[in-house]
Design a protein around this ligand. Structure first.
Ligand SMILES: CC(C)(COP(=O)(O)OP(=O)(O)OC[C@H]1O[C@@H](n2cnc3c(N)ncnc32)[C@H](O)[C@@H]1OP(=O)(O)O)[C@@H](O)C(=O)NCCC(=O)NCCS
Length: 332
């Protein structure tokens, strides 16, 4: 009896649940919070996303799901790319299921003109020669960037808080505005302008990704998607004396799991660097997250290992490295 590959409709809850179980089993050995709650996946994958189209792939043996794949094709920028994920149930690895999932997702990607594929593998910090690395090499994916996954215990943050506020004092010439997901009208255009510079500003290693414009309409559509799936993007903006948005940062908390948060985007306009805005914005978002969700226990972030400034800010907050993330790329 062979293993069959089938695309599943994410609105088919029984199939999606089996798919989610495979991913959970394949990530269960990892530290931190590597796999979303079922209630989150159940809502997120079927929901329309103006930023990306998903293909959900299952490897099925008889009546059992043994492998899970996901392809995400960006719809607003980087139309030459797609992101590939593959998970195999731990009792069914080394049978070629992972390779078949990746190859099938590549066919779907190529059929839509996507020739640059991205993927990720996670390792214990500093580990080399692991199974996922061997799998990446065997399927033709090269390492384009190295990142660290870091986790903050909020108790640690609380104990440093007053010192952090003092250190952020040079940022006092800027107003800090905070909001949950939906940006105030007065700032949305300037916020979009800053977001449009993101991919030019963050270290990307060899990843072939291009910056793109964020019109107010695009910002609003992305916000509505987050509202629709119950993801609270707790955001802080630094407003310069001339009223423009000089920097932004956010912490995301899903309604289905308010004990864990993830840092999203942090970005300070180059013209406004050197005033401790990165630190001030992170303190503002972490304070907002703690005030909104008193049961919050940890926050995760990932940054390129070469991103010295962001890593220094995260060190100050109390973040500790829990995994190494390899950003992979393959050109078809
Ligand atoms: C990585 C993963 C998807 C591999 O799935 P799999 O079905 O075992 O992979 P395959 O059997 O198709 O392996 C293809 C080739 O990859 C290499 N490989 C895969 N796992 C390996 C391991 N643990 N050690 C060494 N080589 C490995 C081998 O060259 C293998 O070919 P071979 O068995 O003929 O030697 C699976 O272990 C998994 O789900 N891990 C957790 C999630 C993850 O890291 N996903 C990868 C990023 S998207």
């Amino acid at each position: 009896m062979g293993v069959d590959l089938e695309q599943i409709n994410p609105r088919n809850q029984a199939a999606l649940r089996a798919w989610w179980e495979v991913g959970r089993a394949a990530t269960a050995h990892r530290p931190g919070n590597p796999w979303p709650a079922w209630e989150q996946t159940r809502v997120t994958l079927p929901a329309d996303d103006p930023e990306g189209a998903v293909t959900v792939l299952a490897a099925i043996d008889g009546r059992e799901m043994v492998g899970a794949g996901l392809l995400v094709r960006p719809l607003r920028d980087n139309l030459h790319t797609a992101t590939v994920d593959a998970y195999v149930r731990p009792d069914r690895t080394r049978e070629g299921i992972g390779r078949r999932l990746v190859e099938e997702l590549e066919v779907v990607a190529a059929g839509d003109g996507r020739r640059t594929l991205h993927a990720e593998v996670f390792l214990a910090p500093g580990a080399t020669g692991t199974g996922p690395e061997a799998f990446a090499a065997a399927t033709g994916y090269g390492v384009a960037s190295r990142e660290s996954i870091r986790e903050l215990a909020v108790d640690d943050y609380r104990s440093r808080h007053d010192r952090l506020v003092e250190e952020a004092a040079p940022a006092a010439a800027y107003d800090v505005v905070t909001f949950d997901t939906v940006c105030p009208d007065v700032h949305v255009e300037s916020f979009g302008r800053l977001l449009g510079t993101l991919l030019d500003e963050i270290p990307l290693g060899d990843l072939d990704l291009q910056a793109s414009a964020w019109s107010p309409e695009r910002v609003r559509a992305a916000e509505q998607r987050q509202v629709g799936i119950g993801r609270h993007v707790l955001t802080a903006l630094a407003i310069a004396p001339d009223g423009s948005v000089a920097g932004s940062s956010d912490v995301r908390v899903n309604e289905t799991d308010t004990a864990h948060g993830q840092v999203g985007i942090t970005l300070v306009d180059p013209a406004h660097r050197g005033h401790r805005l990165g630190l001030a914005l992170k303190v503002a978002t972490h304070d907002l997250a703690l005030a909104t969700y008193p049961g919050l226990r940890t926050v995760e972030t990932s940054n390129a290992e070469v991103n010295a400034h962001m890593n220094a800010v995260n060190d100050a907050l109390g973040y500790r490295t829990i995994e190494t993330l390899l950003e992979l790329q393959k050109v078809l």
